[in-house]
Design a protein around this ligand. Structure first.
Ligand SMILES: [Zn+2]
Length: 157
């Protein structure tokens, strides 16, 4: 029986722009949809921001302890680091609730799937982290998979 070979897509894959900013920033006037539930987005953002704060605190405590050669401060830094891992785990579960109403993927979770042409990302952050940052600062999230903007402030009519 002949083996059916996988048909390769002849068209070139979407060219990734190189640079600090990739994609297009979400904007609420850009035909924005509303999300089914807003609270999971704010809860996820809150956990993400506190996790960032804990990581910063853990690193600075650790470095301070290393400079002072104080074992207790170094252990405190390591303890805060484990709390950070716990918060990242909490964020992982919280991100499960931020489901895209259109494509059923998570807005706050990274996956290995190919991203939409307009998926927004800026340099030190991943697609999911950028979504959290835009949710905090402009209350808009662009779905990294379907490229649709979601407005967290949009009211039900
Ligand atoms: Zn989507």
């Amino acid at each position: 029986m002949p083996v059916k070979h996988r048909i390769r897509n002849s068209s070139a894959p979407a060219e990734r722009q190189s640079g600090i900013i990739q994609g297009k920033a979400p904007h609420r006037l850009d035909n924005a949809h509303k999300v089914t539930r807003k609270w999971p987005y704010y809860r996820g953002a809150l956990i993400w921001v506190s996790a960032m704060f804990l990581l910063f605190l853990a690193l600075s405590t650790f470095i301070f302890g290393a400079l002072e050669k104080d074992k207790n401060i170094i252990f405190l830094g390591i303890t805060i680091f484990f709390v950070w891992i716990f918060m990242k785990l909490m964020f992982f579960f919280a991100s499960k609730a931020t489901t895209c109403p259109l494509c059923r993927a998570n807005h706050y979770a990274n996956s290995r799937s190919s991203k939409h042409k307009k998926a927004f990302k800026f340099f030190p952050f991943s697609y999911a982290s950028t979504a959290v940052i835009t949710a905090v600062f402009i209350r808009c999230v662009r779905c990294m998979h379907c490229g649709v903007t979601f407005d967290l402030t949009k009211k039900y009519r």
